[in-house]
Design a protein around this ligand. Structure first.
Ligand SMILES: Cc1cc2nc3c(=O)[nH]c(=O)nc-3n(C[C@H](O)[C@H](O)[C@H](O)COP(=O)(O)OP(=O)(O)OC[C@H]3O[C@@H](n4cnc5c(N)ncnc54)[C@H](O)[C@@H]3O)c2cc1C
Ligand SMILES: *[C@@H]1O[C@H](CO)[C@@H](O)[C@H](O)[C@H]1NC(C)=O
Ligand SMILES: *[C@@H]1O[C@H](CO)[C@@H](O)[C@H](O)[C@H]1NC(C)=O
Ligand SMILES: *[C@@H]1O[C@H](CO)[C@@H](O)[C@H](O)[C@H]1NC(C)=O
Ligand SMILES: *[C@@H]1O[C@H](CO)[C@@H](O)[C@H](O)[C@H]1NC(C)=O
Length: 568
């Protein structure tokens, strides 16, 4: 019988795990090596070994309504994309509201997590910790939730580059980067175009003499803003879109989306274009990079090849002289030094996990790893759902398939993902946001029941199906339901709009003003005429009048059949 659960780490994942254990009547004991909560969102001036480290200016890339915990909406006045310090503030509110701090042992580092000799019967673990006075302690737990983060061990591939020992400038990893102060007036090469690489290159380019951004593969770059300035994720992550993506041919979806994106800035012209299609991988989120390229402050370069004194050589043979610093934004390797090495049983020596949560060889399944995945969506609500599932499995209320089946699933998912991510270690990490959440919600018994909603509460159904897939959807029914969930869904657009209301402008006339049916008709007609004339069928005057008439009728009908509520 599972009762005491160890939670390793008190970042956003650890906090969610503590809360969910308490909800389920378990006794969580959290160990946090630092002196505070928040993990990577707790900005520190100097990076600390084995811990995540962020730069001062970091702003989230997922919007507040999408990334909050499912039963704790963010305050309405928070900006949609907040600075890291404000996210920490939210985590403090969460911890305070659910009274989580009393379960945390600060300045206590987990050194090892070992199976007890009678593990196959008891499922128990021995957790060895070291406190701030260097004292070692041993504890027995019925289950373990690993929330130690995975942006902890930077990969710095220096030795891959010939002549690196001759380089006279400074080499650093983005893990060490805090701000651009040290780069004023310098000539800097940034290597790697992930989210960090893009942010850091943009920031350095504002004070450096010249900034070069070197990339092996290129990337699709999207801003945080969608049409009308609505947050990108809230506009895209919808159940209806998920259905459409599955029905429509992938090439068509890619073609349309790439075209729309290239209309803003042509990725080929800007030296950004990758080999892969837009929907195949996560695009990078950056509002300023194209602008900095346009202004010549950032110069795009091919992959880095090597160094020669103060010169940097790129794979296309070009050389940049007098380089003062190279910032490697080359990512991290997920390591869990305290876990038994037997859990790294996959063919690529990574921690092998069924559905990114459970090591398949553990029986009984009393250990779960949180947050070790990549998605085109927010991490926090996904981890929250992982924790809800993990706790159900610990309690025997949800069952895992046999080991062989789990290994098969892991490999088939890896193979599927390798169509877009050729690196097998990367491929295995990828999950599809809504289907992944829905799978776990199904196991927990909290999957929104669309048919029932449609019949009983059509207004809510419309929001759930056509609106953004906000985390509140997983608190509507079933175990752990929250009475505020429906209300939170109905007020989500209010909270999106609230931070903008600092200079209110009275709304006037008809909401859509002149641009309504009349304008639409006009545009529609122009499009039709243009299409026809392309086909060399020069329309006669009557034809035009007729088309105008037809399109008026059609568009008027279409217009009135559309939901008039922008909340959809
Ligand atoms: C630069 C950057 C930007 C990001 N931006 C976003 C974003 O906008 N939106 C989003 O959804 N996600 C984002 N992420 C992903 C982010 O990792 C997750 O959102 C989430 O914050 C991870 O939280 P965590 O608790 O799992 O890990 P962490 O925040 O890393 O917390 C781990 C905690 O465990 C502690 N710990 C580690 N080892 C031990 C040990 N042995 N014993 C005791 N304690 C230990 C650490 O001290 C730390 O407090 C970003 C990540 C990075 C690196
Ligand atoms: C946000 O940035 C982090 C850190 O680079 C990245 O891991 C995550 O995938 C990004 N999220 C989205 C939705 O792009
Ligand atoms: C909400 O949870 C309670 C307790 O678990 C349960 O009795 C109730 O049926 C749930 N409500 C809904 C709508 O699922
Ligand atoms: C302008 O908007 C206000 C508030 O919505 C409304 O009361 C008023 O009637 C509007 N004026 C006109 C001319 O439509
Ligand atoms: C449009 O067509 C309908 C019938 O098809 C006709 O009754 C109507 O008069 C036409 N309107 C105009 C503006 O031509």
């Amino acid at each position: 019988m599972v009762r005491r659960v160890a939670v390793v780490g008190a970042g956003s994942s650890g906090l969610a795990c503590i809360k969910i254990c308490v909800d389920e009547g378990l006794e969580p004991v959290c160990f946090e090596s630092s002196d505070d909560i928040g993990g990577l969102w707790n900005f520190r001036e100097t990076p600390e070994p084995e811990r995540t480290s962020i730069y001062r200016s970091l702003v989230v890339n997922t919007s507040k309504e999408m990334m909050c915990f499912s039963d704790f909406p963010m305050p309405a006045d928070y900006p949609n994309f907040m600075h890291n310090s404000q996210l920490l503030q939210y985590l403090r509110l969460y911890a305070e509201h659910f009274d989580l701090l009393r379960y945390i042992n600060f300045q206590t580092t987990v050194r090892s997590v070992l199976q007890r000799p009678d593990f196959s019967l008891s499922g128990q673990w021995e957790v060895v910790t070291i406190n701030k006075n260097g004292q070692e302690e041993r504890h027995i737990f019925d289950a373990v939730l690993v929330c130690s983060g995975h942006y902890t061990h930077p990969t710095l591939p220096l030795s891959d580059f010939q002549g690196h020992e001759t380089f006279s400038g400074r080499c650093l990893h983005s893990w060490e980067y805090k701000d651009a102060d040290a780069f004023t007036g310098k000539r800097v090469v940034v290597v790697g175009i992930g989210n960090s690489g893009g942010d850091i290159a943009v920031e350095i380019s504002r004070s450096a003499e010249k900034t070069f951004l070197s990339t092996r593969q290129g990337a699709w770059v999207m801003g945080r803003m969608s049409t009308n300035g609505v947050p990108l994720d809230i506009a895209v992550i919808k159940r209806i879109n998920n259905v459409l993506f599955q029905l429509l041919p992938k090439t068509l979806v890619n073609w349309v989306a790439e075209r729309a994106l290239n209309n803003k800035y042509d990725h080929r012209l800007y030296g950004l274009k990758p080999k892969h299609r837009l929907m195949e991988r996560k695009p990078i989120i950056n509002d300023d990079l194209p602008g900095r390229i346009l202004q010549g402050a950032i110069v795009m370069k091919h992959n880095l090849e090597g160094f020669k004194d103060s010169r940097v050589v790129f794979e296309d043979g070009t050389v940049e002289e007098n380089i003062d610093a190279v910032v490697f934004c080359t990512g991290y390797i997920g390591k869990f030094p305290f876990l038994p090495s037997t859990l790294s049983e996959g063919p690529y020596e990574e921690v092998t996990l069924y559905k990114r949560v459970f090591p398949p060889s553990l029986h009984p399944p009393t250990l779960a790893v949180m947050g070790l995945f990549q998605a085109k969506g927010p991490i926090m609500p996904t981890v929250e759902m992982q924790a809800r599932w993990a706790v159900k499995v610990f309690l025997g209320q949800s069952r895992l398939p046999p080991k062989e089946k789990m290994l098969d699933v892991i490999e088939s998912e890896r193979r599927r993902n390798m169509q877009s991510y050729p690196c097998p270690r990367q491929a295995v990490l990828q999950v599809d946001y809504i289907p992944y959440l829905d799978f776990m919600a199904g196991e927990v018994g909290v999957q929104p029941k669309l048919l029932r909603l449609f019949l009983r509460d059509p207004a809510l159904w419309a929001k759930v199906f056509f609106g953004p897939c906000t985390p509140y959807q997983y608190r509507l029914s079933g175990p752990g339901n929250w009475s505020g969930a429906r209300q939170a869904i109905f007020t989500q657009w209010e909270r999106v709009a609230q931070p903008f209301r600092t200079r209110e402008i009275p709304e006037n006339t008809s909401k859509f003003g002149l641009c309504s049916p009349l304008m639409l008709t006009f545009t529609g007609t122009v499009i039709i005429v243009v299409l026809f004339s392309k086909d060399k069928i020069v329309p006669t005057l009557e034809a035009v009048t007729e088309m105008l008439n037809k399109s008026t009728v059609f568009l008027r009908e279409l217009w009135f059949s559309l939901p008039q509520n922008p909340d959809m």
